[in-house]
Design a protein around this ligand. Structure first.
Ligand SMILES: *Cc1c(COP(=O)(O)O)cnc(C)c1O
Length: 403
C-alpha cells in the first residue's frame, strides 16, 4: 500500500505552505493495476473520470499508465488533449449539454456518449452514420452512497430512459446512426458487485437492438474505503462475476464486446491529502472546536454529501486523544467532522484530511474571497508543485472596468 508518511506531508507543508493538496502518483498506479488485474482475460478499457481531479499533470500521469480519460465537459476534453492524450483515448460522456459541444467533440475525434434523444436526433441529421457514437441509458437502478450521488434511478436526469427504447430505435433507423457503445453510470460509492451485474443485465437486454454495437460501457462508481477500517469494492469479485456473465450470456452469440469502465474516485481518492493548519481552538464545556485554515471552499464533500474524511493531527502523534469538532474558516457552518477523536490539538498543528484526491480541489471555489490551495504531486520520492496557490490578482482578473 503506497502512502505518503506524516513526516513527508509535514515537510511538504513547510516547503509549499498550507492549505495544500498533495497527490501520490504511486497510489494512482496501484489502483489502476488493481483494475487491470481484476479484468484480465476480457477485452477491457478504462477511462479515468477526470472530473474527480483534472490537474493536467495527473492526466499525464494517468495517460502514461495506459489508462484513457473520461470527460464530463468539453473543457475536460480540451484539458486531456492539452495534456497530450490521444483522441482515441478520450471519451466524452455528456449530460444535458448543448449540441455544439458534441459537434466540437466530434471535430477532435474523441469517443462520445450522447445522453438525450434530442441531441441524438441532431447528431443523426448532421453526421448520419459517418461517426460511430455511444448512447447513455438510464438503467432505473438505485445505487450508491447516498441520493445525491445516485444517478441511475428512474427520476434521475442522466441518460435516455429505457422505456423510450422505441423512439431511440426510430431515430437510429431514420438517420442510419452507428451505435457503437451502450453506456450506463449508476452512481458513486458502490460496493456491491451485484449492482454492476444488474447494470450489465439491463444493457444485455438492449444489445440485440443495436447491430453495430462493439462496446458495453458500465461507467464508474467503485467504492473506496474512507474510514481507516472501511471496505472498498472487491474489484476481483466484480471482475469474476462480470466475466462469468459475459461468457455465459453476452458472448454466447459468438460476437464479443469490449468492456469499458470510467473509474474516478477509485483511481484518485486515496492518493490525495489536504494538509491544513489549526488557526484557533475554542474550548467550552459543551464542545472543543479546532478551526483550520480551510473550509467548504476547499473541501466541500463533508458539507455537501455528509462525506467522511479521516483526519489526523500529524503535529502531535503521541498526544493524548480527545474529542473535537473540526470546522473551517468560512462564514457558513462548514463542519468537517463532529465528535472526532484526535491526538491533542494545539493552535498551529497540522491536520491532514485523507481521501482528498477525488472531488476535493475540483469542487473548490473562491467563496469568501479566499484563494484556492496549491497542489503538489509526489512521485518516486519527490514532491513537485503542480499548481500554485492563488493570489490577490486571481480574485480580480476577470472583473473589468466599467465603461
Ligand atoms: C462521475 C462519473 C464517473 C465517475 O464516478 P466515480 O464515482 O468517481 O467513479 C464515471 N462516469 C460518469 C459518466 C460520471 O459522470
Amino acid at each position: 500500500m503506497s502512502s505518503i508518511s506524516p513526516q513527508q506531508l509535514s515537510a511538504i507543508a513547510t516547503e509549499f505552505g498550507t492549505p495544500v493538496y498533495v497527490y501520490n502518483g504511486e497510489k494512482i498506479k496501484e489502483q489502476y493495476q488493481k483494475l487491470v488485474s481484476a479484468f484480465q482475460g476480457i477485452d477491457t478499457r478504462f477511462f479515468y473520470a477526470s472530473k474527480a481531479l483534472t490537474n493536467i499533470h495527473i492526466l499525464k500521469h494517468i495517460d502514461s499508465l495506459g489508462c484513457g480519460i473520461d470527460c464530463s465537459s468539453i473543457n475536460e476534453v480540451k484539458l486531456a488533449l492539452h495534456a497530450g492524450v490521444k483522441p482515441e483515448k478520450i471519451l466524452y460522456t455528456s449530460n444535458g449539454i448543448a449540441f455544439e459541444e458534441i459537434e466540437e467533440a466530434v471535430s477532435y475525434g474523441v469517443h462520445v456518449n450522447i445522453d438525450s434523444l434530442s441531441n441524438l436526433e441532431k447528431f443523426g441529421k448532421k453526421f448520419g452514420n459517418s461517426y460511430p457514437i455511444g448512447v447513455r441509458m438510464r438503467p432505473n437502478i438505485l445505487a450508491g452512497g447516498n441520493l445525491k450521488i445516485s444517478v441511475g434511478h428512474e427520476k434521475s436526469k442522466f441518460g435516455i430512459a429505457l422505456e423510450q427504447l422505441d423512439i431511440l430505435k426510430e431515430i437510429v433507423t431514420a438517420f442510419n446512426i452507428n451505435i457503437k457503445t451502450l453506456h450506463i453510470h449508476t452512481g458513486s460509492d458502490i460496493k456491491d458487485p451485484d449492482v454492476f451485474i444488474a447494470g450489465i443485465k439491463v444493457l444485455a437486454d438492449l444489445v440485440p437492438h443495436f447491430t453495430d454495437l462493439q462496446v458495453i460501457d458500465l461507467g464508474g462508481g467503485f467504492k473506496v474505503p474512507y474510514e481507516p477500517d472501511g471496505e472498498e469494492t472487491d474489484m476481483a469479485a466484480i471482475g469474476r462475476k462480470l466475466k462469468n456473465y459475459l461468457e455465459t450470456h453476452l458472448f454466447q452469440s459468438g460476437k464479443k464486446y469490449q468492456l469499458w469502465f470510467e473509474p474516478g474516485k477509485f483511481m484518485v481518492s486515496e492518493c490525495g491529502y489536504l494538509v491544513t493548519r489549526v488557526n484557533v481552538l475554542k474550548e467550552s464545556h459543551s464542545v472543543v472546536i479546532a478551526g483550520v485554515n480551510s473550509g467548504l471552499n476547499h473541501l466541500i464533500r463533508p458539507m455537501f454529501y455528509e462525506a467522511y474524511h479521516h483526519i489526523v493531527n500529524i503535529s502531535n502523534p503521541t498526544g493524548e486523544e480527545k474529542i473535537y469538532t473540526v470546522t473551517g474558516y468560512i462564514c457558513e457552518t462548514d463542519t468537517f467532522a463532529s465528535d472526532r477523536k484526535l491526538h491533542e490539538v494545539r493552535e498551529g498543528d497540522l491536520l491532514v484530511f485523507y481521501n482528498a484526491g477525488a472531488y476535493g480541489f475540483e469542487m473548490s471555489s473562491n467563496y469568501n474571497s479566499r484563494y484556492r490551495p496549491a497542489e503538489v504531486f509526489y512521485n518516486n520520492g519527490t514532491a513537485k508543485l503542480i499548481r500554485k496557490r492563488e493570489e490577490w490578482s486571481d480574485l480580480l482578473k476577470n472583473q473589468v472596468p466599467l465603461r
